[in-house]
Design a binder for this molecule. Sequence first.
Ligand code: SDX
Length: 426
Amino acid sequence: MVDTATLVVDGKEITLEVSSPSEGQDVINVASLVNEGLFTFDPGFLSTASCESTLTYIDGDQGKLLHRGYSIEQLAEKSNYMELCYLLLRGELPAQSELANFIAAVEKETVVHEQLVDICSTFPPGSHPMGMLGTLVSAMSAFYHDGLDINDPDQRMQVAIRLLAQIPICAAIVFRHHMQKERVDLRPGLSYADQFYHLMFSESNDSEVDPILSKALDQIFLLHADHEQNASTSTVRLVGSTDANPYGCIAAGIAALWGPSHGGANEGVLKMIAEIGDESRIPQYIKKAKDRDDPFRIMGFGHRVYKNFDPRAACVRATCNDVLDRLGIKDDPILEIAKTLAKIAREDEYFIERRLYPNVDFYSGVILRALGIPQDYFTVIFAVGRTAGWIAQWHEMVSDGYKIGRPRQKYTGPRQRDYVAIDQRS
Ligand code: SDX
């Protein structure tokens, strides 16, 4: 449906086009306001739709997340990460043969430049894994640039498949370096998640892959795959809008995801729980979180869009129980503190009136810790999963055509004034 909205400024009526999406809020096209000498002002883009997209839809009030129309709950129960990658990139669930060909194409791209290993070996002990991963992916932009034509859809799909193939390998190279462990070789015939689990944890080339733990990783990748125009995805689109090298766009997305307000929150949750230390100390931390003068926030809580339970958090929590059961971990103290914290917070007026719920990061750290992943590596796992969304969003943007992203500003600096010679200054 296309309708109009009328804005009256200084008595002048300005008619703006209103259009309806297939799901969600109507949008008012304000692009023509610059011709009226006006800008809109929306720091943090709280009310701004930056693009059209067909990939993912979130209904924050309903706690609903759809990928190409399929609910995250159904995908988590019935699908897997590779199939979701295909769905995000191609728009439809694949036939058996299409999925097999897609997986074969990804497996064909699993040969990384040996120089990536050399680059990783230069990082001193204690280097943060997200910085290392971003460096390796940025290095891919140096390796893969000759003859790259992003306007060729086949080349764009090749970039997507190469990134899906090589980012988990880069992540495993980083992990082995971070843990000061020898690498193992890729093992032919393993599924995507089994291969990643093998590259990360196997002590030798023929070590067994635990199917329940590998499935947990696949779930985590699937649940983190895409999420509309979040900060890191918007970063990928903005960098991509300059016609930049797509590997460089993804490296920029990795840098944005690292922030503790975004993908770094999973690491932040474990740090927060370690600082709380005991359930008896939870009330004092709830009090800190409510104090506007205290920068402390309950990590893993709240969301720009979800004003209800993050549907991914419920899926992650179920996976969490599977992993802890498989590992024979009973009454995990970290999980107990997390559950009590969530319960107390959800009964507190401050969190209720602000509609603050646990988000995807709140429980994911418990699983990753149980898998033996160090907490400064948690966001790398998030980045591996989100690669699907980043590259699918980039592919969609380039396919649809785009203008370079160039926001304006509300200038509040000094008005024009004349230069004063240094010997004239007071
Ligand atoms: C991810 O966008 C995405 O889709 C992101 C993501 C994805 O998949 O890409 O879902 C992944 O980034 C999840 C979010 C992970 N971050 C955290 O868990 C960090 C803790 N959360 C907060 O920093 C915060 O909730 C944000 C950053 C997530 C959202 O911030 P907003 O939307 O800008 O909300 P806000 O800061 O305007 O908060 C509104 C009110 C404020 O209080 P008042 O000024 O009204 O008094 O709620 C308060 C905030 O102080 N608040 C919190 C809180 N989050 C918001 N108070 C205590 N603890 C919190 N966690």
